[in-house]
Ligand binder design. Structure first.
Ligand code: HEC
Length: 258
């Protein structure tokens, strides 16, 4: 009897382990289909619609975001997000999707910086990113500002710090992970092309994240103070990762992930 119970417990544990082992991509696909069949619409689509409304809302200056240049000319959104981050002459700095939306809201639409709401920026990012589904990532290092930021991103990515002496590469480059005896989570520079997984809706905690949120959360993993949203370290790491994803096709933006 005892023996039977132990066996049963071992069996249950085996099932639990097997469930923890499910390929996260496969599991996300399953969750997505489940949601679609019950709700008929995905949270990503709702946020994209919300972003589209905000895009066409007039700011204090009377202008909508169609007056803004996201890199390919005023109001051109098709494929624009797949080419970010990039250097912008009008601000004289490299901007990613999030920061360019903030620039648009403040410089063109006339919002005060403190009036810019993060959830609105994310919704607009979802909408603009949706116009790059099917496009190839094409990020260049043409301007000295881009090359400098890339170099900073590279430095930050390979740096190790803290009591545990870890950095991004410890968890995210498969050969480093193997050498250190740590399971690699995602090979963010290699075949995974993680860049194209964000912005995304995370069904596990019902959150909408851009790449900025993803990187900031990972800074938490290394017990390192999180750099602020829109700050140089975040932009630098984004440029570094985006450049390594060059040529990858965006399967679906915004993505639907765990
Ligand atoms: C302690 C391990 C660890 C460290 C260190 C770490 N991360 Fe992560 N990272 C994770 C985990 C776990 C995930 C979630 C993996 C998943 O869902 O497949 C993740 C996810 C990511 C993703 C998304 C991958 C994808 O395919 O969607 C990116 C990009 C990323 N991290 C970047 C970074 C950067 C940049 C740093 C350094 C600032 C960093 N990470 C440091 C553990 C780590």
């Amino acid at each position: 009897m005892r023996r039977g119970l132990v066996l049963f417990a071992a069996l249950l544990l085996g099932v639990a382990l097997a469930q923890g082992d499910v390929d996260p991509r496969e599991e996300a696909k399953r969750q997505k289909e489940l949601l679609l069949s019950t709700a008929g619409i995905l949270p990503t689509e709702l946020v994209v619609m919300q972003g589209e409304e905000l895009f066409h809302r007039k700011g204090p200056s009377g202008k909508t975001m169609a007056e803004c240049d996201f890199g390919l000319g005023k109001g051109v959104l098709e494929g624009a997000a797949a080419r970010l981050p990039r250097y912008f002459l009008d601000t004289n700095r490299v901007e990613d999707l999030d920061s360019r939306i903030v620039t648009c809201m403040t410089r063109v639409q006339g919002f005060k910086p403190e009036e810019v709401k993060r959830d609105e920026v994310v919704a607009v990012a979802f909408y603009i990113a949706s116009k790059s589904t099917g496009h190839k990532i094409q990020v260049r290092l043409l301007f000295p500002e881009e090359r400098e930021l890339y170099a900073l991103g590279e430095k930050l990515f390979w740096a190790r710090s803290g009591a545990r002496d870890v950095g991004c590469a410890t968890c995210h480059v498969s050969y480093v992970g193997r050498r250190a005896g740590v399971l690699p989570y995602a090979d963010v520079l290699g075949k995974d092309k993680s860049w194209t997984h964000w912005p995304a809706y995370r069904y596990s905690n019902d959150q909408t994240w851009t790449m900025q949120d993803r990187i900031r959360a990972c800074y938490g993993n290394i017990a390192h103070p999180q750099p602020a949203l829109y700050s140089q370290p975040i932009l630098a790491l984004e440029l570094y990762l985006a450049y390594h994803a060059n040529g990858a096709v965006v399967e679906e933006w915004p993505a639907f992930v765990r």
